[in-house]
Design a protein around this ligand. Structure first.
Ligand SMILES: NC(=O)c1ccc[n+]([C@@H]2O[C@H](COP(=O)([O-])OP(=O)(O)OC[C@H]3O[C@@H](n4cnc5c(N)ncnc54)[C@H](O)[C@@H]3O)[C@@H](O)[C@H]2O)c1
Length: 357
């Protein structure tokens, strides 16, 4: 690898990793100087949230279990009001990106620290990026206050994540690393983390589909999620993330499955313009043919993941509109964003064609 000039600013966060590491929660809350934690979760994960509150004993002041996808402003306001009412001095978010996102909304308003306990592989816990949805529009921003101060990664909490969700969530994580490999503001540290993140996640997922409660496989996936999330938190994303933002925001496609279907095609589109990234992706996936998009497609197929935008509910008649939206205010990308190429990319993703690059 040729080492070009770079600037690297690391994001300060404390990571406690390991099976059973949840037992260190009270110690970690003390370390934050907090005494009154508000526990956050989705309604589906209420039981896990209750267990966290019980573990914290008198250091927990309540549970708010209304987290939902994309952080509607009404939910954020309700959570902020509850946090104020209870005199909370920190938020403990147990769950996926939706719950971490709610914690970020509280932190943005109050500056209170978040301790995140991720139970999916989305990676939000490692980023200073937040999103809040108002009147159907998701506004995103970056603020150092929303970056969780402490993250506890305990693979035991992920055994219950259904296999299909594990697969799409894991490929969502791989997408962060894959785009991080050709980011304009990329650097050698992130490239190392990205390659290792893709390798660990892909190997872990192959074993999770055989046995959802395989402790080693789950730990590998969570390790991969940490690495991929770290990449997302440090460098800018490109075409792939823009396309997924469009498909989620304007056509309501589910977040992680949309990432899963689009990724092989976006990486194939960029492969020639970013040969080193393609090479690293292939190495991480253990293939020698050099076709990064095809290798990601084959991985998704082996894992039983969705392969077409059609099956995610997109109408073929929306492909032109999706192309227009993706072309408006495009993110920086290693290959120029060309209308015909993007339209073809979306058609291929719609039909689930195996990429040729
Ligand atoms: N800001 C960022 O940096 C960032 C990064 C990645 C994703 N996100 C956002 O996160 C959201 C998606 O997050 P996600 O994909 O993690 O999904 P999610 O948080 O919406 O979780 C999906 C479902 O799985 C359930 N679940 C989570 N962990 C489980 C477990 N271990 N066992 C059983 N059920 C479990 C949840 O309760 C929920 O019902 C999107 O809104 C996305 O935009 C933000």
């Amino acid at each position: 690898m040729s080492t070009n000039a770079f600037i690297y600013t690391s994001q300060p966060s404390r990571v406690v990793f390991g099976v059973g590491s949840l037992s260190q929660l009270t110690q970690e809350i003390k370390q934050l100087g907090a005494k009154r934690a508000l526990v956050l979760s989705t309604p589906e994960q209420r039981e896990q949230a209750n267990a966290i509150a019980e573990l914290l004993g008198e250091r927990a002041v309540g549970v708010f279990d209304q987290a939902v996808m994309h952080v509607p402003i009404e939910t954020a306001r309700a959570a902020i009001a509850v946090a104020r009412e209870l005199g909370a001095d920190c938020a403990v978010a147990i769950g996926g990106g939706s719950t971490t996102g709610l914690g970020k909304a509280i932190a943005l308003d109050s500056g209170m620290p978040i301790l995140a306990i991720p139970t999916t592989y989305a990676g939000s816990e490692m980023t200073p990026v937040y999103g809040i949805t108002e009147n159907g529009l998701k506004k995103t921003g970056k603020d150092p206050r929303v970056l969780p101060k402490t993250v506890i990664y305990d693979a035991e909490l992920t055994y219950s994540l259904p296999v299909s969700l594990s697969v799409t969530s894991g490929i969502n994580a791989i997408a962060h690393a894959a785009e991080g490999l050709y980011a304009r503001d990329g650097n050698p540290v992130m490239a190392l983390m990205a390659e290792e993140g893709i390798r660990a996640m892909a190997e872990g997922l192959e074993r999770v589909v055989k046995n959802a409660a395989d402790p080693g496989a789950r730990a590998d996936c969570l390790y991969g999620a940490w690495l991929c999330g770290t990449v997302l938190g440090h460098v800018g994303m490109a075409l792939h993330h823009k396309l997924c933002h469009t498909l989620g925001g304007s056509f309501n496609l589910p977040h992680a499955p949309a990432h899963t279907v689009v990724l092989p095609h976006a990486i194939a589109y960029n492969a020639e313009a970013a040969p080193e990234a393609a090479q690293r992706i292939c190495r991480a996936l253990g293939v020698s043919h050099g076709l990064a998009g095809a290798a990601l497609y084959d991985l998704a197929e082996r894992l039983g993941a969705p392969l077409t935008l059609r099956e995610l509910g997109l109408n073929e008649s929306d492909l032109d509109k999706a192309t227009d939206i993706a072309l408006a205010n495009p993110y920086w990308n290693p290959r120029p964003i060309e209308r015909d190429g993007i339209r073809q990319l979306l058609q291929d993703a719609f039909d689930g064609r195996r990429p040729r690059a």
